[in-house]
Design a protein around this ligand. Structure first.
Ligand code: FES
Ligand code: FES
Length: 178
């Protein structure tokens, strides 16, 4: 490179493990994991919010732990297992997705992928959380639509299904408090 000449930043060439698949990808070295997922891998289920680590909408799981993908470099994720919302459903919706849909816990849906993945990590660690524990685990995720109650109730319902219980949403959850 001649002194003073402009050159495109060098690109990284990595194999990333995303949703159980090893994917080769080239991207500018400064890109965050959020940018790599959305712009280079076209996995747009992970949403772009504040980019400041404040809203939680970009949350994905890295090695099973919720991570704000706007604050992590894509380069730092080599060799780690990344899970996005696209990896949650197989032939059927994940129980968390089903409970969010059944209970109206997703309205505009912008915050939903971050909530789903953060809740999934919680239930893996603690299959029977109290409402307080759910609230604490999800406290870094912001939602402008639901008022949060529906989200906590959906996580409780999904947790019961995942424990093999024949749980149904309570009437007051479906139709409001009496
Ligand atoms: S976009 Fe990452 S925390 Fe808001
Ligand atoms: S459902 Fe709209 S921001 Fe949460």
């Amino acid at each position: 490179m001649k002194p003073g000449s402009l050159m495109a930043p060098e690109k990284a060439h990595l194999t990333l493990d995303v949703n159980g698949e090893r994917i080769e990808v080239m991207f500018a070295r400064h890109k965050t994991l959020l940018e790599v997922l959305r712009e280079d891998l076209r996995l747009t289920g992970t949403k772009h919010g504040c980019e400041l680590g404040e809203c939680g909408t970009c949350a994905v799981l890295v090695d099973g732990q919720p991570v704000l993908s706007c604050l992590v470099l894509g380069l730092a994720c080599a060799g780690k297992s990344i899970r996005t919302v696209e990896g949650m459903a197989d032939a059927e919706l994940h129980p968390l997705q089903r409970a969010f849909a059944d209970l109206g816990a997703a309205q505009c849906g912008y915050c939903t992928p971050g909530f789903l993945l953060t809740a999934e990590a919680l239930l893996k660690q603690n299959p029977k959380p109290t409402c307080r524990e759910i609230e604490e685990a999800l406290s870094g995720n912001l939602c402008r639509c639901t008022g949060y109650l529906k989200i906590y109730e959906a996580v409780e319902l999904a947790a019961a299904w995942m424990r093999g219980e024949q749980a149904e949403p309570r009437d007051e959850v479906l139709y409001g408090r009496r």
